[in-house]
Design a protein around this ligand. Structure first.
Ligand code: GCW
Length: 649
């Protein structure tokens, strides 16, 4: 018996799968061929859609044929439409599932005109979400580290949620946007969470069972010190035989419980997490030990490259945090096992609103690389501000991809929690959806993905609603960039929680994130000629482009160079005038967006409208705070007045 389609409890938002999204397919005669668990999922989906919209599952004369010809793991499907019949063919249930949701996305368009058979397949095989969820509520970080959408979807009351219906519904949403892997706990692995690997694996098994029918593999973050903290060994040295045996045994037991387990995610020697350095071993030694334990079972270790000195002396100008990941890992290229994937944050620092693409992404030609994006809006407004990240991610994913993708997998830090809207801010759902779609097709036009999200989430939206949603979302990332830290310099956030402005919040801290503003100028000199040499980590042409302030793109100028306030940008404006102008504009853009949103009242469900309206109030107040603090700070430092004489405090 196929499992029924998950039911959302009262008040939980259907996100991009409202019932009406299934109208086109559900009103037709649907023939399903093939067998296997994911074919059964498609069967259940189609049956429910038909029951709702008057179609039927038939054995002859169908309008649409959904056919799986085998039981392989391929995710590809072929879609065609001929002589009034739509066909979706796949060589296994996974492909059929994605084909089914593709038909849902197309709606009536799937059933019109002639469509030559077209084959769709994902550009990368692993499209993963990392949840920074803690099982036990952490005294500082709460239940979800950097989570802005309530508690965890997976963990409640100190254990895996008993009622897994919501987790099943989550799996369904993820499948419908193309995501196929989830890591269920925080990469900072605390004492309770460490045990998920061993005596508490049963809870992970339950979650994996809930996600599996929608083609999602479950991964686990583990602590490098597990042999000591869980196994009672005296060392976690990756070259120690006892340690290797311990990992092999623990991993074999995980696979007894979860045969399709995806593997481990590891944050080692990073921000206080244990790692191989303690034993004089390299990160390849560490990753390969886990890779060896996983290899017989077909699992992967995702080894994070976020390794840097977080106890830096701000007086030390020779250390540049931006260099760290490359400096640590490039010498190890070629030394990693084939099932060790290096997981690299998209920028060299830490998920700022604007960073260059990390040079490490394309420097590891003999190592599988996963690029890590951050859907949770840690530095981009914490799901209080509207900040649709599609255009930023698209720039990142296209960078260096002219002759093929420089990475093998894509990961995003999840922005989801147990909030009824899933993402706290209802419009932040667009980020999750966009991540899934761009992971499937990194060269997709993000604007088209946004339209797709609008079409699914707001079926039958009148033109004014669709246009309004597009207006408030499409430019929201650039708006956010305008009123926060300027020209790629980053940070300037309040320490700790990272919300709201504090220009010097990190300036004299050990975290390695400085802007170096003085009375004459601002920015970090990362040139080879006079700075930290970071530009030398890029290949042509970027090593040259970024090296000189004349060729460096405006939006990254202060990331790469320290320049006087009077420096003239390519835009023709000076740095100081640019700071003033963008900060005034950014706030004006939020004011306009809020008005647009207000004008949509009546077209959007009241609860959703109200939630967004509330958050616009917060966003506007916060944006004004950013504008005034940044403008005043730089006016006071530089003494240069605003050309246009606007109020600066
Ligand atoms: O962005 C920083 C966050 C930490 C996070 C870390 C990481 C999970 O402030 O909360 O820890 O990055 O990516 O490991």
């Amino acid at each position: 018996m196929p499992l029924p389609v998950p039911v959302l409890s009262e008040g939980v938002d259907p996100a991009w799968l409202p019932e009406e999204a299934f109208r086109a397919v559900g009103g037709r005669r649907v023939l399903i061929r093939g067998s296997g668990p994911l074919v059964e999922t498609v069967h259940a989906e189609a049956a429910q859609a038909c029951a709702r919209f008057g179609g039927s599952l038939v054995s002859d004369d169908p309008d649409v044929v959904l056919e799986s010809t085998g039981e392989d793991g391929s995710e590809a499907f072929t879609l065609g439409h001929r002589d009034g019949r739509t066909t979706v063919t796949a060589s296994g249930g996974r492909g059929l599932l994605y084909g089914f949701f593709h038909v849902v996305r197309l709606g009536e368009a799937a059933f019109r005109g002639e469509r030559h058979p077209e084959t769709h397949r994902p550009a990368v095989a692993v499209r993963m979400l990392d949840h920074w969820d803690n099982v036990a509520v952490h005294p500082v970080m709460g239940q979800v580290e950097r989570g802005y959408a309530g508690g965890s979807l997976f963990w409640a009351d100190g254990r895996a949620r008993g009622d897994l219906e919501r987790v099943r519904a989550y799996g369904r949403l993820l499948a419908a946007c193309g995501i196929n892997a989830v890591a269920v706990n925080n990469v900072n692995v605390h004492a309770t969470e460490a045990r998920l690997l061993t005596d508490r694996i049963g809870e992970v098994t339950d979650l994996a069972g809930a996600l599996r029918p929608y083609g999602i593999r479950t991964h686990l973050s583990v602590t490098f010190a597990a042999p000591m903290v869980l196994g009672g060994l005296e060392t976690a040295d990756p070259l120690d035989e006892g340690v290797r045996r311990w990992w092999a045994g623990a991993t074999a037991r995980v696979y007894e419980a979860i045969p399709d387990f995806g593997g481990y995610v590891v944050k080692a020697d990073s921000e206080g997490q244990p790692g191989p350095f303690a034993y004089g071993r390299s990160h390849a030694d560490g990753a390969n030990m886990l890779a060896a334990a996983l290899q017989p079972h077909g699992g992967t270790v995702h080894w994070r490259a976020f390794v840097y000195d977080h106890r830096q002396d701000w007086r030390d100008r020779t250390t540049d945090r931006a260099r760290a990941a490359y400096d640590h890992f490039v010498p190890l290229d070629g030394a990693f096992a084939p099932n060790a994937v290096l997981q690299v944050k998209h920028g060299p620092m830490d998920f700022q609103v604007r960073e260059p693409v990390s040079p490490l992404v394309s420097a590891m030609s003999h190592t599988p690389v996963a690029v890590e994006l951050q859907a949770t809006q840690e530095y981009t407004g914490q799901q209080q501000h509207v900040c649709w990240l599609g255009p930023m991610w698209s720039e990142v994913l296209r960078f260096g991809a002219e002759d093929g993708l420089p990475f093998e997998e894509l990961v995003a830090v999840s922005n989801v929690g147990d909030d009824p809207f899933w993402t706290g801010h209802p419009l932040a759902q667009a980020n999750l959806y966009t991540f899934g779609r761009l992971a499937w097709r990194p060269d997709a036009d993000p604007g088209a993905v946004l339209d797709e999200w609008i079409g699914l989430s707001f079926p039958d939206a009148p033109r004014r609603l669709a246009g309004g949603l597009r207006r408030v979302l499409a430019g929201s990332w650039r708006t956010y960039e305008k009123y926060t830290a300027p020209l790629g310099v980053g940070f300037m956030v309040q320490p700790g929680h990272h919300y709201g402005p504090s220009v010097d919040g990190y300036e004299y801290s050990p975290w390695g994130t400085y802007h170096f503003a003085d009375r004459d100028g601002i920015g970090v000199d990362r040139s080879r000629a006079t700075g930290t040499g970071y530009t030398g980590q890029y290949t042509k042409p970027w090593d040259e482009v970024y090296e000189s302030p004349e060729t460096c793109p405006d939006e990254l100028l202060l990331f790469f160079h320290h320049v006087p306030y009077g420096h003239v940008l390519k835009s023709g404006s000076t740095v100081i005038q640019h700071i003033y102008d963008t900060h005034f504009e950014g706030v004006e853009e939020v004011e306009t967006a809020r008005e647009v949103w207000d004008s949509l009242a009546g077209l959007v469900a009241p609860a959703r409208h109200a939630r967004v309206a509330e958050r616009y109030e917060e966003q506007l107040g916060s944006a004004r705070e950013w504008r005034d603090q940044i403008n005043s700070y730089f006016f006071r430092k530089s003494g240069v007045p605003d050309e246009r004489g606007r109020t600066i405090h």
